[in-house]
Design a protein around this ligand. Structure first.
Ligand code: ADP
Ligand code: MG
Length: 370
């Protein structure tokens, strides 16, 4: 493990942090041109930069204890985490800004690959650090929305992950206490305060998302077919669920999830009580389970355990489903205990659920009492 001081042989010249995100409402709505409501995680990724003394970019991730180097001009593309950072560098250069060879030090307390979007945090932190290094020359060409768009492009074109814009918008624009309402069609967005007196739990179910990719494609195709039959561009254009009646099953239920989920996001984004927000999350889970059929028994068990824990206002699966994480809204001060109670119940039959938020105490396994 290399320290930042050893890596730089002194202090970095720019340093920036960006959070991960968890989606609170608006699941499977993005590809239907709909609405989403993510919020930033308390954990984040930090990227520090200094000039390199040769013609290469030298990257080090403390999280992975891994090095990557690649030529500042030309040369072959780096693999792994280097591809995300290369993407950020090349796309900023494409804005017409000269970037010198760099030393880049990455550290993070976000779990990687657990659905909290460590990839967006890495991209956004890298771009923020570049903006700091390059000052006005870049700041005038890259505001926070443009930064999110470049981050998304870096992930698609360089890391070859075909992602939407939600993760990067959330990481770039919101924080722990302010959710980001996003309209996937127009990219219109605004901050919405978290309900008063609440805090979040996020628990990884420990279930691998084996079916996720094939079922995701199947749901997308079903939504496109439902739109075609209804004569709308996307399901976002249906605002009255009663028009769904003539659709054949399962298209009717798939469309009903999307239409009602959009309405839930729109209601929450107007600002609702903590109790109402919790009800909307519970309704979202029921809909994902029964109408959209992207839940699995383990996620249902974990959500039920969370919903039954004291202080929990509402809970649902978060992310595309078929495994991954669940999120719960609870009364301030009660998240940790509620998470432990839910886990002691859920983990009984050898399941491997673990707490992602609240942040586990250092040195503790995150499925142990903390
Ligand atoms: P998620 O975004 O849900 O955490 P992804 O699979 O999209 O999962 O992104 C994880 C990948 O992002 C890692 O495999 C790694 O390549 C890169 N990454 C994210 N954070 C870091 C980090 N701190 N150090 C190195 N690579 C990172
Ligand atoms: Mg990701």
């Amino acid at each position: 493990m290399t320290s930042a001081e050893t890596f730089f042989g002194g202090a970095p010249v720019a340093c920036a942090t960006a959070p991960g995100r968890v989606n609170l409402l608006g699941e499977h709505t993005d590809y239907n041109d709909g609405f989403m409501l993510p919020v930033a995680t308390p954990q984040g990724t930090t990227v520090a930069l200094a000039r390199s003394h040769d013609d290469q970019h030298h990257l080090y991730s403390g999280t992975l204890d891994g090095n990557v180097s690649f030529a500042a001009k030309g040369g072959s593309a780096p693999q792994g985490f280097g591809s995300y950072i290369e993407g950020c560098i090349r796309l900023v250069e494409a804005l017409g800004v000269e970037i010198p060879p760099l030393r880049v030090f990455v550290s993070s307390n976000l779990p990687l690959g657990s659905g909290l979007s460590s990839s967006a945090a890495l991209e956004v932190a890298t771009l923020r650090a570049l903006r700091q290094l390059l000052g006005d020359e870049l700041a005038s060409r890259m505001d926070d929305v443009k930064l999110a768009q470049i981050a998304q492009r870096a992930e698609i074109d360089y890391a070859h992950v075909n992602c939407g814009i939600m993760d990067q918008m959330a990481s770039s624009l919101c924080d722990e206490r302010n959710m980001l309402f996003i309209d996937a069609r127009t990219l219109e967005h605004r901050l919405v305060k978290m309900p008063e007196g609440t805090e979040l739990i996020v628990i990884d179910s420990g279930m691998p998302r084996t079916l996720a990719a094939s079922k995701y494609n199947e749901r997308r195709a079903e939504c496109e077919e439902a739109s075609r039959k209804l004569g709308v561009k996307a399901l976002r254009d249906v605002t009255d669920p009663s028009v769904l009646g003539p659709l054949p099953e399962p298209l009717r239920r798939r469309a009903r999830h999307v239409v009602l989920e959009d309405l839930r996001v729109l209601e929450a984004a107007k600002g609702v009580s903590a109790e109402r927000f919790g009800e909307l999350m519970n309704a979202s889970h029921d809909s994902l389970r029964d109408d959209y059929e992207v839940s699995i028994p383990e996620l249902d068990k974990l959500v039920a355990a969370l919903q039954a824990a004291p202080g929990v206002l509402g809970a649902r699966l978060t992310g595309a489903g078929f495994g991954g994480a669940c999120v719960a809204l609870c009364r301030a001060g009660q998240a940790r205990q509620a998470a432990q109670i839910a886990l002691s119940n859920y983990n009984k039959e050898g399941r491997k659920g673990r707490i992602l938020i609240p942040v586990p105490a250092p040195g503790k396994e995150n499925n142990e009492p903390v």
